[in-house]
Design a protein around this ligand. Structure first.
Ligand code: FEO
Ligand code: CA
Ligand code: CA
Ligand code: CA
Length: 537
């Protein structure tokens, strides 16, 4: 249905009509074009600024699910979808359960509350609506006649929301409670070797504020602000109940919040099975000057217990956050649970390296090298971000040392800015989503990149390290949650927060997906087509 292809000629015509051709734009367009044009993997899409999903030639898209679609008799698909992960049923490549994160919600459309305006009246009814739109979805999907669709009335279709009670794993008690109410700020995630989902709670501070330790006392590190979501006005949940990695059984929907992997703005939880069967989980704290982490479970098939490390990327070593091994940590913390609850403080005490907002992490399928996006940090004049490569010593993910180097940096030369979500395909080539923040899109030095995009980056062959734009999102959107079906014939992709800059309900900046709804809707789309088939063959 929504097949969309934009030729270079159409694009230039559009840009000329729109009056936005500039020296900077030409430069970013040119940088997409590899001089070895006869060897191009495909003709890349130029930077694009339509209020639509635009794709390079030979790719097709179709909406799988959009915000507010009913998934069962009582629940709807949530908002601002992010991480996607397909779990096949009975090993079928074309039928399974898709997990989808719902990171946040555009309150203007969900509840009528404009959190960017001062003096707005806030009601519990608004907050309840918003809580029901975040968390995650489990949806049973199936491909028939080359089209993916929801299996209606499947018992696998269910929601986790900002209201779902979720126990802490391992019978832990956090601030006097064995459970938390809700999972929130679910950004990226991971899949365990035993086929459960990991969903990462990222910017939790926007809902209930944040607490850190000042000396040995709890103190508001990020006091609830008058212009944030203000859920704290009606629900007095401890901030320490959020910022964890949550494990979800896709068959039953049963979830648990793990405290073993620490608490911070968890962007992701990327797993790999070590040669001895233990599970290694890489994670990143998406905040300026925060760190990269690794967790090693103490046994196969469980994340309940293990050792957490923070990366010293300057000296190439993983530093343990185990209290029993560190006199410094013993001095500042009364228990391991306290370290895991206020992880940032512990990480900086022991020498974790502050990074420029580490985001998603992907592990190369054959080399085992770990790639982490650093989305940028204007305060340190890193405007466009980069991709960090970590080579574990001896190729062992349980190793205590590694070599760190920059794989690629964003900017007009490479054609991308602010790298965020990444995934490797079966051939070991990288798929990268950019996340230029909505307030910077199409402005200043970000103008040449136009709308946020999906890129393909070969890691081998004559085009190795070159960057090719596959897709560009609609107005104000971020493309995210890129993942593949098991046969690599389908890409699942989240079109997140189109119209995010809207300031009036009746005047949205985007009408995506242009299906007559009064406000824009986030969607999960499938991408297929002959170019994808060729790249995967
Ligand atoms: Fe939710 Fe760091 O992206
Ligand atoms: Ca996002
Ligand atoms: Ca992200
Ligand atoms: Ca981001």
């Amino acid at each position: 249905m929504q097949d969309s292809m934009v030729s270079r000629r159409d694009f230039i015509k559009f840009m000329a009509q729109a009056g936005v051709v500039s020296a900077g734009l030409s430069s970013a367009t040119a940088c997409q074009l590899n001089p070895k044009s006869t060897l191009l993997p495909f003709q890349p899409l130029p930077p694009t600024a339509y209020d639509n999903l635009s794709l390079a030639k030979g790719f097709r898209w179709s909406i799988l699910l959009k915000e507010l679609d009913p998934i069962n008799s009582t629940q709807v698909f949530g908002s601002n979808n992010d991480y996607t992960q397909f779990i096949p049923l009975a090993n079928k490549p074309d039928e399974g359960i898709l997990w989808v994160n719902h990171e946040s919600t555009l309150t203007l459309f969900t509840s009528g509350y404009d959190h960017k305006s001062k003096g707005q009246k806030r009601t519990i009814e608004q907050v309840d609506k918003e809580q029901n739109m975040v968390g995650g979805s489990l949806v049973h999907i199936k491909k028939s006649n080359n089209k993916w669709a929801l299996v209606k009335n499947s018992p696998y279709n269910r929601r986790l929301t900002g209201k779902t009670k979720i126990n802490f794993a391992n019978n832990k008690t956090i601030l006097g409670h064995k459970y938390a109410v809700g999972t929130i700020a679910n950004c990226a995630g991971g899949k365990t070797p035993w086929n459960t989902i990991l969903t990462s709670e990222e910017n939790y501070q926007n809902y209930y504020g944040d607490i850190e330790l000042l000396g040995k006392n709890r103190s508001f590190a990020s006091a609830p602000k008058s212009r944030d979501y203000q859920w704290w006005r009606f629900y007095k949940y401890p901030p320490e109940h959020y910022g964890w990695v949550v494990e979800v059984n896709p068959l039953t929907g049963v979830a648990k919040k793990h405290t073993s992997m620490g608490r911070f703005s968890h962007e992701c939880a990327t797993t790999i099975k070590a040669s001895d069967g233990r599970c290694v989980v890489y994670s990143a704290d998406d905040k300026s000057d925060q760190c990269l982490y690794k967790f090693i479970s103490d046994r196969p098939n469980s994340l309940n217990n293990g050792e957490l490390f923070v990366a010293d990327t300057i000296n190439g070593r993983w530093i343990s956050l185990d209290r029993s091994k560190s006199p410094l940590l013993k001095k500042h913390f009364t228990s391991q649970t306290q370290i895991n609850t206020y992880t940032r403080k512990a990480a900086h005490l022991v020498g974790g390296t502050p990074l420029d907002r580490p985001e998603d992490i992907a592990i190369h399928p054959t080399t085992g090298n770990v790639f982490a996006t650093l989305t940028g940090n204007p305060k340190r004049k890193n405007f466009y971000g980069s991709i960090l490569k970590i080579e574990p010593t001896g190729g062992h993910h349980t190793s205590q040392s590694f070599k760190a180097s920059e794989f690629l940096s964003g900017g007009e030369r490479t054609g991308f800015s602010n790298p965020d979500n990444i995934a490797f395909d079966k051939k070991g080539n990288l798929w990268l989503c950019s996340d230029i923040s909505t307030r910077k899109l199409l402005r200043g030095s970000y103008k040449p990149f136009l709308n946020n995009s999906l890129f393909y980056i070969p890691l081998s062959g004559p085009n190795s390290g070159h960057v090719y734009r596959v897709a560009a999102g609609p107005t104000d959107s971020e493309l995210t949650g890129v993942s593949f079906s098991p046969d690599f014939k389908t890409i699942f992709l989240s079109i997140q927060h189109p119209g995010e800059n809207s300031r009036a309900h009746k005047k949205p900046t985007s009408n995506f997906p242009h299906m007559g709804h009064p406000h824009p809707l986030s969607c999960v789309v499938t991408i297929t087509g002959p170019t994808l088939d060729r790249l995967m063959s």
